[in-house]
Design a protein around this ligand. Structure first.
Ligand code: 13P
Length: 257
């Protein structure tokens, strides 16, 4: 891994935990975490943002799993960026595959949310990745390119500094099937090349591209040893403090490898 890019490890809790479990999880993470030089974020469910935010005592960033892209108003069930700020949120996920493929979010909506996040001062973790049929049809790079071009449409090079791209092949999410380090590296390298074409070589070498999809403490070191993999977005393993902290340690280890 390039020492120029600070590794980023995010824990996406998805629709898991209750208040007590979430508190106990963040408490254990903070006690066990050894991640100097790594940017760590947790993305708890909306109802627990405030309490988890209050429990954070170190540099861990509080993140949200989604946002709505308008000012406060008549959007029943949605959560605005003002509300997220009020809760101490600093980072948001946009375009997570479960929102694209289960909820039905379009590339256009993901773009509106990404721009809103950046315009209002958040770190945007833009998630992209192909589905199994797309991979089998040899469309991985084309899907990634389409989702990145659409997701970042209208995003300036200076705004890009607050973007982290999470490559999460959909077939690897929650399945126990991880992309091989070589396959993940290949996708990440192509994503970085694309950012170079869309912006500049400097932007390409600065942007963090993290991997998500059944990352565990056992496979994290070899994934993170790849030159274009700058961390991870973790689902299942982020719900166990020991596993999540093991992955953070792997990210830290990649700094000196
Ligand atoms: P898993 O780590 O459970 O595969 O989930 C990955 C993910 O979707 C993180 O956003």
């Amino acid at each position: 891994m390039s020492t120029l890019r600070t590794p980023f490890v995010g824990g996406n809790w998805k629709m898991n935990t209750n208040a007590a479990e979430g508190y106990s999880l963040i408490d254990s993470i903070q006690k066990q975490m050894q991640g100097n030089g790594v940017d760590v974020a947790v993305f708890p469910p909306f109802p627990y943002l405030m309490s988890i935010g209050n429990a954070i005592q170190n540099q861990t960033v509080l993140g949200a799993q989604d946002l709505w892209h308008s000012d406060n108003g008549a959007f029943t069930g949605e959560v605005s960026t003002d509300m997220l700020k009020d809760c101490g949120v600093k980072a948001v996920l946009t375009g997570h595959s479960e929102r694209r493929h289960v909820i039905g979010e379009s590339d256009g909506l993901v773009n509106q949310k990404t721009k809103r996040a950046l315009e209002t001062g958040f770190i945007a973790v833009l998630c992209i990745g192909e589905q199994l049929e797309e991979r089998e049809a040899g469309q991985t790079d084309a899907v990634n390119e389409r989702q990145i071009r659409a997701g970042l449409d209208g995003v300036s090079e200076s705004q890009l500094e607050s973007v982290v791209i999470a490559y999460e092949p959909v077939w690897a999410i929650g399945t126990g099937k991880t992309a091989t380090p070589e396959d993940a590296q290949d996708a990440h390298a192509k994503i970085r090349e694309l950012i170079g074409q869309m912006y500049s070589p400097a932007a390409a070498s600065a942007i963090r591209i993290i991997y998500g999809g059944s990352m565990k403490p056992g496979n994290a070191p070899e994934l993170m040893a790849m030159p274009d993999i700058d961390g991870g977005l973790i689902g299942g393993a982020s719900l166990k403090a020991e596993d999540f902290c093991g992955i953070i340690s792997a990210a830290q280890g990649s700094l000196v490898s």
